[in-house]
Design a protein around this ligand. Structure first.
Ligand SMILES: [Zn+2]
Length: 257
């Protein structure tokens, strides 16, 4: 459950009753429950993983840097407000790489490859704890506020832990995919921009790497204008100002100006 567990009591001879509580306002599109033959293993002070018992050793060793990822994101951004952070690695039927439900990231088993090369997905979902779950886009035309910022923070963490070149290669690969997606939509389509006009269409039709990578590139450009330290201070101000709020690009622009 994407909330903090507050109590577990015996319900009857075979079942327990668990209570969950989330005092932090969350956007209603992201609340999730996972049910199955699952167990929890702590991987540090406030992080852990949940998966099927047969997968636990593989999953726990692949994600043994989770605490470090969270600490590094927190050191770059602002204090982590959610309490605990858990990744649930689901059976192979789960179709998405990761989904950032508050406190509990749902992850595809395809991120567990044995060489930690997909751990950046966990970094991305952790970064959503600030942008996406705490500061949230008001609607899907402002989706880049969730994803662009999260990719930006994700690459800051990756640069810190794996070197600046690692993050630059990810940005370069992201740029290739961005260009391919823009060509698919057509360069004059609003879906190739970070302000898509969705009226009359489903948000799924506009879903691509554009809000992720073009959003990242805009923030990277903005950082280049003021320098890394000033930009980081701006990011922290933005997050604290709009904590537990849903906003549009207008609020971002006002804060920036
Ligand atoms: Zn994301």
């Amino acid at each position: 459950m994407s909330a903090n567990e507050t109590a577990v009591t015996a319900f009857n001879a075979t079942h327990n009753e668990s209570l969950f509580r989330c005092d932090i306002k969350i956007p209603s599109y992201l609340m999730a429950i996972v049910v199955g033959d699952l167990e929890y293993r702590s991987l540090g002070r406030r992080v852990g993983v949940i998966t099927e018992p047969s997968q636990m050793d593989r999953v726990a060793s692949e994600l043994d840097t989770l605490e470090n990822l969270l600490d590094t994101a927190e050191a770059y951004l602002t204090p982590y407000i959610w309490g605990n952070y858990t990744v649930v690695v689901l059976p192979p039927s789960f179709p998405f790489g990761g989904m950032e439900n508050p406190l509990l990231t749902f992850a595809s088993p395809t991120i567990i490859v044995g060489d930690k090369s997909q751990v950046y997905v966990a970094t991305h979902e952790i970064a959503h704890s600030w942008t996406g779950n705490d500061v949230t886009c008001r609607d899907w035309e402002n989706f880049w506020l969730n994803e662009g910022f999260t990719v930006f923070s994700e690459r800051k963490v990756s640069a810190q832990l794996f070197g600046a070149d690692f993050a630059k290669v990810e940005a370069l690969l992201g740029n290739s995919t961005l260009w391919s997606d823009m060509n698919t939509y057509g360069l004059s389509s609003t879906y190739s921009s970070i302000h898509p006009i969705l009226e009359g269409d489903t948000p799924d039709a506009a879903f691509s790497t554009v809000p992720y990578e073009k959003g990242f590139q805009l923030l990277y450009f903005m950082e280049s204008l003021v320098g890394e330290d000033t930009f980081r201070a701006f990011l922290q101000t933005y997050i604290l100002k709009y904590s537990q709020d849903s906003i549009t690009t207008i609020e971002l622009r006002q804060t920036w100006e």
